[in-house]
Design a protein around this ligand. Structure first.
Ligand SMILES: [Ca+2]
Ligand SMILES: [Ca+2]
Length: 77
């Protein structure tokens, strides 16, 4: 592999992680909220393992679903 190929791979990698980081929290929420009720259920959160494993700690009103405000607590960290 030439140096140039290697460098362009790194640039591509950096670029795609930047795109991922700038994806808005609202977009992420919409992707996870499959039934579009405005809340993330436990099963909807399973698509994001990090969120799923801490679901209870972010569910501050203990209604077993995450509102956008609760999700925002997670996503903005
Ligand atoms: Ca939902
Ligand atoms: Ca909640």
């Amino acid at each position: 592999m030439s140096k140039y190929t290697f460098a362009s791979l790194i640039i591509c990698g950096l670029y795609s992680s930047m795109v991922f980081a700038t994806e808005s929290i609202g977009e992420k929420f919409k992707q996870l909220d499959r039934n579009e009720d405005g809340f993330l259920s436990r099963s909807e959160s399973a698509r994001d393992p990090a969120l799923w494993s801490r679901f209870k700690s972010y569910d501050s009103d203990k209604d077993n679903k995450l509102s956008f405000a609760e999700f925002n607590e997670y996503a903005s960290k």
